[in-house]
Each structure stands twice: as structure tokens, then as C-alpha cells.
Design a protein around this ligand. Structure first.
Ligand code: URA
Length: 282
């Protein structure tokens, strides 16, 4: 595969390691080391929105995504059970302010007891692109905003080459970012199915209000919850799914990429598919 200077510049911005051929004339800094790619998540200069060439079929199966903290199985073994209470009525009719208020006061599961605050989501209320992650971690729980840690910084760097941002911009450029869960699971353990079920109407209402042109499901957990499947992420990637009429692209979670930077190229393919979708006439 040969890459134009423009494409390589975009890959550099994502910190994608040079496992693709690089022309001999390329300067040394064109070939970032994997370690540098992981460490370097500092903000970057905005790049112009590219018009990517169609992405080739996936070349190799992806590795399974492994989340180090407590797994669902381990949670069950440890006797962690979801504590469930009533949820507010009429979530599917709520406007933005009512929905935000309902989320911030939600006590529908036991996560309300350990959270510092809810993490509602941020971004353009009519964004073309909605990004859905798993759940707040410690930093998000403290700051009340999704994806603010290292994974979030990498996410910002991933969005920039395809002309997307979390910063204030128009609906075509500014994304809306939300999580499946609005509260941090203690110790950043995996969400329990009952917690997801309790939180799901909030996310569904957010999607209905934003009406995105495409959803990016980040990571196995978001993908499987949204698409109601147990298929592994490696098999969910690489094609468009449908969520009640909205196209969904599945890709790896930035936290996974921090541990497995070699897979940034696969995410680049996924992001190119997002760009292609956005470039289609509406
Ligand atoms: N922070 C978030 O807000 N969501 C994730 O999925 C991970 C970290």
C-alpha cells in the first residue's frame, strides 16, 4: 500500500506507528516510534478535513480487547450485584434540560451511591457525529465530562484528521460525546448488564435528540450494548451497522489503543469510513 504525503501527515497526527512502507526519502521524524506514539497525546494543530480514498477491506483480524479492571465474571464472583430502583417516567419525551436534570438526579442503580457526579455528555446538540463510549472513569467522575483523561486526549487526536472536534464548532464539525453509563462504576469495573439497562433510556433519548448522521461506538462494551450483540469487536468493525435508522461504526476504544498502539491503523480505517459516510449527500 502506498500513502500520499497528505495521508502520512494525517497518520502522524494520530500517532500511528510506521508499520506501513515509508518512502526512503521521508525524514526520520516521519517514522514515529510506537513508544512516542503512546506517550505523545499533547494537543496538535488542527488539520484540514481530508477526503479519504475508499478504505480497503480489513487486512487482518483484530485482537480481542481486554479491559484490565474487574470483568463482569469477576464482578459476579465477587458478589457485585446491581442495586436497582425506579427510573424517572417519560424519558423518551424529555427535552435537553429535563433530560440533563433527570440524569443528574438519577438513583436508578447503585452507581449513584459511589459517583461524585453524573457525566451527561458534551457537544453539539445536533452533531452529525455522535461518539459513544463506555462509562466515566475517575477523571470523568471528578470533572463531569466524558473522555477527559489520556484516552480522551487520544480521541481528540483521532478526530482531528477527519475534520471533527469536541471544541465549539458547527454541527458538521463538533461531535457529541456520551457514554453508555452516566455514572462511574466503582474501581472502573465493567458495567453490569442491569446498570446498562437502567441507563439505556437516557442514551437513547440523547441519540433521538441529537439525530446524528452517524454514531461511532468506541470499544467492545459500547458496541455490544448499542447493537445488542455479543459478537467480538473484531467482527463488528469494518462495516456499517444500523441503530433504529442511524448508521453505526464500531471501532476500538482509545484506552485500548493506548495499550495496543499497533491497532491505530485499524481505527484509521474506521474513521475513514465515517468520513466517507459524512461525505455522502444527505
Ligand atoms: N472515559 C469516558 O468518558 N468514557 C470511556 O469509555 C472511557 C473513559
Amino acid at each position: 500500500m502506498s500513502w500520499s504525503e497528505r495521508q502520512r501527515a494525517m497518520l502522524r497526527e494520530m500517532g500511528i506507528p510506521a508499520f506501513w512502507p515509508v518512502p526512503p526519502s521521508a525524514p526520520a521524524e516521519d517514522v514515529p516510534m510506537v513508544a512516542a506514539a503512546v506517550a505523545d497525546v499533547a494537543p496538535i494543530a488542527p488539520a484540514p478535513a481530508p477526503t479519504p480514498t475508499p478504505t480497503p477491506p480489513l487486512a487482518r483480524p483484530a485482537r480481542p480487547e481486554v479491559k484490565p479492571p474487574v470483568s463482569i465474571a469477576a464482578a459476579a464472583t465477587a458478589g457485585i450485584q446491581a442495586i436497582l430502583r425506579e427510573r424517572p417516567e417519560g424519558i423518551d419525551q424529555m427535552d435537553w434540560p429535563t433530560l440533563r436534570q433527570a440524569v443528574s438526579g438519577c438513583t436508578a442503580c447503585g452507581l449513584c451511591e459511589s459517583r461524585k457526579q453524573t457525566v451527561f455528555g458534551v457537544g453539539h446538540q445536533h452533531a452529525s457525529v455522535m461518539i459513544i463510549g463506555e462509562a466515566p472513569d475517575e477523571q470523568e467522575d471528578s470533572q463531569g465530562e466524558p473522555f477527559v483523561g489520556r484516552a480522551g486526549q487520544l480521541l481528540d487526536r483521532m478526530l482531528s484528521p477527519i475534520g471533527l472536534t469536541r471544541a465549539d464548532a458547527d454541527a458538521n464539525s463538533q461531535v457529541f460525546i456520551a457514554n453508555v453509563l452516566k455514572c462511574r462504576p466503582p474501581g472502573d469495573r465493567n458495567p453490569l448488564p442491569a446498570e446498562v439497562a437502567q441507563c439505556e433510556p437516557y442514551l437513547m433519548r440523547q441519540i433521538a435528540l441529537v439525530k446524528p448522521r452517524i454514531i461511532i461506538a468506541m470499544g467492545r462494551f459500547a458496541a455490544q450494548s448499542l447493537l445488542k450483540t455479543s459478537e467480538p469487536i473484531g467482527r463488528l468493525r469494518g462495516r456499517l451497522h444500523d441503530l433504529q435508522g442511524t448508521p453505526v461504526i464500531v471501532t476500538y476504544h482509545p484506552a485500548y489503543l493506548l495499550r495496543n498502539p499497533v491497532d491505530k491503523g485499524l481505527v484509521w480505517d474506521d474513521l475513514c469510513r465515517v468520513r466517507e459516510q459524512l461525505n455522502q449527500p444527505t
